[in-house]
Design a protein around this ligand. Sequence first.
Ligand SMILES: Nc1ncnc2c1ncn2[C@@H]1O[C@H](COP(=O)(O)OP(=O)(O)O)[C@@H](O)[C@H]1O
Ligand SMILES: [Mg+2]
Length: 236
Amino acid sequence: MAAKGIHIEGLSKCYGKGDTAVFALKDANMHVLPGEVVGLIGPSGSGKSTLLKCLGAVINPTAGRMVLGDEIIFDNEWKVRDLRALRRDKIGFVFQAPYLIPFLNVTDNVALLPMLAGVSNAEARKSALDLLTALDVQHRAKAMPVQLSGGEQQRVAIARGLVNRPPVILADEPTAPLDSVRAMAVIRILNDMAKHFETAIIVVTHDEKIIPTFKRIYHIRDGITHEEAGEGRSFD
Ligand SMILES: Nc1ncnc2c1ncn2[C@@H]1O[C@H](COP(=O)(O)OP(=O)(O)O)[C@@H](O)[C@H]1O
Ligand SMILES: [Mg+2]
């Protein structure tokens, strides 16, 4: 059986058919161990979001293999019957656009997922507040999303992606709207999560501030991945 973490082998994705077909991923490979935070870097249109969406079971890959933990989730077809449960229980998404729920306050936006998973409201709100505090946005806990700045919304979205302690976190440009101090705070939290909860984390980024913190980086160009050692610089 495969080691735990994330394994992607020979993954391809073709959007559309015939003359208009776009091959967004071509035999992509990626391996992330539990406890690791790896960077995924590539120019616009190189296939980064497509790779995350395949892994997150948001879109269907065309071919290849994906293993999460000890479960083969895709092998030329989905091997998991309940993709919604897979997304809910195994994968934390931190997307570029925060997509907060407009009629829930900040705390409840973050607490909603654990509440849906059956955690008591009080306990879910406490976990939410702990993460909001770690992300330095606790003073906005009772605010509505529309009242937040772009950077505050992003930090709330990050808290929401982490609150269920998923074994896998997929982050698409999580630090883009943040200044360097807050970007480093996000990197520190992701590394702490990885270490304490054995989470496997993929961070798509262009952000020059955070790229030197990765120990391993995957470069992607025209849908093809290459692995490289990163600087692994300390972020404290
Ligand atoms: N839904 C889609 N339909 C058709 N082509 C798409 C779709 N989504 C992405 N693409 C194409 O796939 C390629 C990779 O896109 P994407 O994964 O979004 O790249 P990145 O996130 O690296 O900017 C691009 O050529 C893009 O235009
Ligand atoms: Mg993208």
